[in-house]
Ligand binder design. Structure first.
Ligand SMILES: CC(C)(COP(=O)(O)OP(=O)(O)OC[C@H]1O[C@@H](n2cnc3c(N)ncnc32)[C@H](O)[C@@H]1OP(=O)(O)O)[C@@H](O)C(=O)NCCC(=O)NCCS
Length: 193
């Protein structure tokens, strides 16, 4: 595996580098895996395999400079109303230059195109998300299906990630769960005659 950090540091520090944000393609897979699994090795993100990444490549947007991938992020749909921001990562050498913000804004714009009511994330960097309009919530407020990844996470029994949500419609009008999932979670009371 290439050493992503060493490879990219020179490019990322160039002040004149033109940043282009676009949807990912299969050609980005090696760089995406290097970036995400580099952070996963430090316990900051969930590791991803090539197979998983291939399945979800259409979720991903990337930022590149000088033909090199500098940042990535994914929007994964869970219900007709809500999606998760996943695998948001900036090349360590390019942090603090607004790339994380640009990626997150791109994913938010995509969510609005699909008429989502909200986007959410599980994160260790809740302050970053707060700066971009997210608020902290109880994870029980999020769709059940969003917990799927948790079952294979090494920190399953001692999770310290924070759940954050950004409402794209007024919060009192935002639906999070599919009505069917709501019924599974909290059966409607049976009315007495
Ligand atoms: C978190 C991360 C995506 C931020 O990307 P970035 O490009 O460095 O952030 P930006 O330069 O776009 O910063 C945008 C704003 O957030 C703030 N910010 C950035 N990282 C922050 C952090 N860790 N904590 C608090 N605020 C942060 C910046 O100061 C900036 O604020 P401003 O607009 O008021 O000046 C990046 O540090 C990263 O890849 N971290 C490791 C992987 C990770 O934890 N990903 C999140 C998975 S949910």
């Amino acid at each position: 595996m290439r050493n992503f950090v060493a490879d990219q540091s020179q490019e990322a520090s160039r002040p004149d580098a033109v940043i282009a944000v676009r949807k990912a393609t299969m050609a980005d897979l090696p760089s995406l895996l290097d970036l995400i699994n580099g952070y996963a090795a430090g316990g900051l993100m969930l590791p991803r395999t090539e197979l998983e990444m291939s399945e979800s490549i259409r979720d991903f947007s990337v930022a590149e400079a000088g033909g090199r991938l500098q940042a990535c992020g994914a929007l994964h749909f869970y219900t007709p109303f809500s999606g998760e921001v996943r695998s948001l990562a900036v090349n360590p050498a390019a942090k603090g230059q607004g790339l994380g913000r640009r990626l997150l804004e791109t994913l938010e714009a995509e969510a609005r195109v699909f008429n989502l009511h909200s986007i959410f994330a599980f994160t260790y960097v809740s302050d970053f998300f707060r700066r971009l309009g997210f608020v902290e919530v109880e994870r029980g407020e999020l769709p059940l299906k969003a917990w799927r990844d948790c079952f294979r996470c090494p920190k399953f029994s001692s999770c310290d990630e924070i759940a954050v949500v950004k409402y794209l419609v007024p919060p009192n009008r935002a639906l999070m769960h599919h009505p069917a999932e709501w019924q599974e979670q909290a059966p409607l009371p049976i009315l007495k005659r």
